[in-house]
Design a protein around this ligand. Structure first.
Ligand SMILES: Nc1ncnc2c1ncn2[C@@H]1O[C@H](COP(=O)(O)OP(=O)(O)OP(=O)(O)O)[C@@H](O)[C@H]1O
Ligand SMILES: [Zn+2]
Length: 647
């Protein structure tokens, strides 16, 4: 339909592509920062049938960059509101909004096959990997994307033609060794992580045995004496937990908490002189002295209420060595409440008031409270507690604003970056739809004003990938009437080779273990939306992944419980790789009598275990580094101060 409204789009795209788009069915997953921009783009470009899916509701903090939302829409479904806002931009297209999680079982492979193309506008690895797998299984082209501050990336993915999202392992999110967090912090982030995970958990979380983390640390070979001290400290938390929950504590609970964590616990740590031989020991804090503005330091030269900015040296008795630091420079915008540098006394007052507010919430029935960057009480508490701890350890303090950013793992979202990436997604989507495969590129938006965009030709699939090298097929069945054997025999047909069968990481059968063969898929918890992997025992043929879907609505009630694919899948021979051959799962552990779900052995299918052995290629590493990202091979790799974690 040619209207004045679409005249420009038609002129740019040409009549053929314009007509093709009018009949294109597209799935857009995510209606956040990238998703809102992208929806506007594909509506104006004229993608005829758009399904827009998002699980979330609109938050006030989304309004600065998600321009399809207004103040009145806060708390409404993102998908619904975005669809309503964008639909009037082009009356020739249709938008179907879905307020749902893309991982729900009704969005199975058959459902994905109903689309010509899928566009991801997601913010987490788990959902991205899920959509990647579904698109590989459904053979539907996918455009993957992401932004982090000024950086962005668009990646077109198509089974057998390009690398898939899982062909290259992603960097592991950074974790810190337990002892750094619990007794020897040296950076503000260590104190922030301590407050938001450990301290909040101990005081306001579930009353659980804190020992398991320490057992682990002990196994990892961390300092045994230190762990014994940390264990004692954990038991002592019981008393303060009770005080926080008792209406009779009359406000004394905050002081009690303070005394325990900033005085007693620190004194206990100081006893371990070995620990402080090569490190600056912490200084216990005195509640009353700080409150009165007269904290007592070693030479008692200064008793001002002054923010400590980390240059302090403490002696082995835990006393600060005389000179107090100068007041930290206030930034120009310091009048903004959150960006003001807090003095030691400010931090103490904030600690007391936020502890009281959180205690009141526990007493009025909230069972547990965990850190949430948008929950003022918890943010105040984490700001104050981490700054007090930093003070004790001679580490620079942070403003409430900085703590929010660091504790919330926030990388500032920039509307312009999202807009550029959303434009690039459409360009790659057009290449995919036109099948101009030689024009496809991975596009990087980078922080280089002279070369803001770089393009990389696509890599071929990784032969050892556990996701896109599988041969996928669909099985329509009634899982309550179909047995494991029906599926395996049905799919293999005449082919009598020896196989093992997995659902995700669970082994369901192998050549020497057939106890589950007569069990129904339902009883094995293999239901709609899941996959059965049929793995060749000799490692000669690629794995067959069977996607489980339901029978069609018009299937006769007394008809066969399953409809096999036609033709049956015939996987290719495995490509030779230079990787070590896959080892078979340990046999002895596979023998089980009538296992139920909990009893089924969790072992990765061969192909998947191979995948775990793949390390990132040098090119990938360089590419990541050019983008300002650091790839962690090992969770314990040390990171520089200025590195922000993303998953
Ligand atoms: N499994 C999922 N199913 C459906 N939608 C998802 C899923 N996971 C994430 N999303 C959606 O993807 C969108 C990602 O958008 P974005 O990165 O802008 O995040 P946001 O939540 O809007 O903003 P912020 O995280 O910065 O507060 C969000 O709207 C989120 O609800
Ligand atoms: Zn892959």
């Amino acid at each position: 339909m040619s209207t004045a409204r679409s005249a420009h789009a038609q002129a740019i795209l040409g009549p053929d592509l314009h007509a093709l788009l009018a009949n294109t069915k597209v799935l857009l997953v995510g209606a956040g920062g990238i998703g809102c921009e992208l929806l506007k783009n594909i509506v104006l470009t004229g993608f005829g049938e758009i399904t827009l899916l998002d699980l979330d509701t609109i938050d006030l903090s989304n309004l600065n960059r998600q321009f399809l939302f207004r103040r009145k829409d806060v708390k409404q479904s993102k998908a619904l509101v975005a669809a309503q806002s964008a639909a009037p931009f082009n009356p020739n297209i249709r938008i179907k909004p879905l307020h749902a999680n893309i991982k729900e079982p009704q969005f199975d492979v058959r459902w994905f096959q109903g689309f010509d193309i899928v566009l991801n506008a997601l913010d987490n690895l788990d959902a991205r990997r899920h959509v990647n797998k579904m698109c590989m299984a459904a053979q539907v082209p996918l455009v993957e994307s992401g932004t982090a501050g000024y950086l962005g990336q668009v990646q077109p993915l198509l089974k057998d033609l390009t690398e898939c999202f899982d062909c290259i392992p992603k960097p592991t999110p950074k974790t810190f060794p337990v002892c750094t967090i619990r007794s020897t912090p040296s950076q503000p982030i260590h104190c922030i992580v301590w407050s938001k995970t450990y301290l909040m958990g101990q005081l306001f979380g579930e009353d659980e045995d804190a020992g398991s983390e320490l057992d682990e640390a002990e196994k990892e070979g961390e300092n045994a004496q230190e762990i014994a001290t940390l264990r004692k400290e954990a038991f002592a938390f019981q008393a303060v937990r009770r005080a926080l929950r008792s209406p009779n504590s009359k406000g004394s609970a905050a002081r009690m908490v303070f005394h325990k964590i900033f005085d007693s616990d620190i004194r206990n740590l100081l006893v371990m002189s070995d620990m402080w031989r090569t490190r600056t020991p912490p200084t216990p804090l005195d509640f009353d002295a700080i409150l009165e503005g007269t904290p007592v330091f070693d030479h008692q030269k200064e008793t001002r209420d002054t923010p400590l900015n980390g240059q302090n040296q403490a002696n082995p008795n835990g006393q600060l060595n005389g000179q107090l630091p100068n007041r930290t420079e206030q930034p120009a915008n310091a009048s903004l409440k959150d960006q003001r540098t807090l003095s030691l006394k400010d931090n103490l007052m904030l600690f007391v008031s936020s502890t009281k507010r959180l205690a009141a919430r526990l007493q009025s029935g909230e069972e547990t409270i965990s850190f949430d960057k948008d929950d003022d009480d918890t943010l105040d508490f984490v700001t104050a507690a981490s700054n007090l701890r930093s003070t004790a350890y001679g580490i620079p303090c942070k403003t409430r604003w900085e703590v929010k950013e660091m504790a919330g793992n926030i990388i500032p979202a920039i509307a312009t970056t999202n807009a550029i990436i959303a434009g690039l997604i459409v360009l790659q989507a057009l290449h995919l739809l036109r099948k101009s495969h030689n024009k496809l590129r991975n596009v990087h938006l980078q922080y280089k004003p002279s070369v803001p965009l770089s393009t990389v030709t696509l890599s071929a699939p990784n032969p050892a990938c556990g996701i896109c090298r599988d041969t996928y097929t669909n099985l329509l069945c009634d899982t309550s009437r179909t047995t494991l054997n029906d599926v395996v025999k049905g799919i293999l047909g005449e082919d009598e080779r020896e196989v093992s069968v997995y659902e995700d990481k669970r082994v369901l059968s192998d050549p020497d273990w057939d106890d589950n063969n007569e069990r129904t898929l339902e009883s094995l918890n293999v239901t709609r939306g899941k996959f059965l992997s049929i793995v060749d025992e000799e490692g000669e043929w690629e794995t067959i992944s069977v996607a489980i879907s339901t029978l069609p609505a018009n299937h006769p009630v007394d008809g066969s419980p399953l409809i096999l694919p036609d033709p049956l899948p015939r996987p290719p021979r495995k490509a030779k790789t230079s990787l070590p051959p896959p080892s078979t799962p340990p046999r002895a552990s596979l023998k089980r009598s009538a296992p139920d779900d909990s009893d089924i052995v969790g072992v990765e299918p061969n192909a998947k275990r191979m995948k775990a052995d793949v390390v990132a290629s040098p090119t990938k590493r360089r590419r990541l580094e050019e983008d300002g990202l650091v790839l962690l091979e090992n969770e314990k790799d040390a990171l520089d101060d200025d590195v922000i974690e993303i998953d």
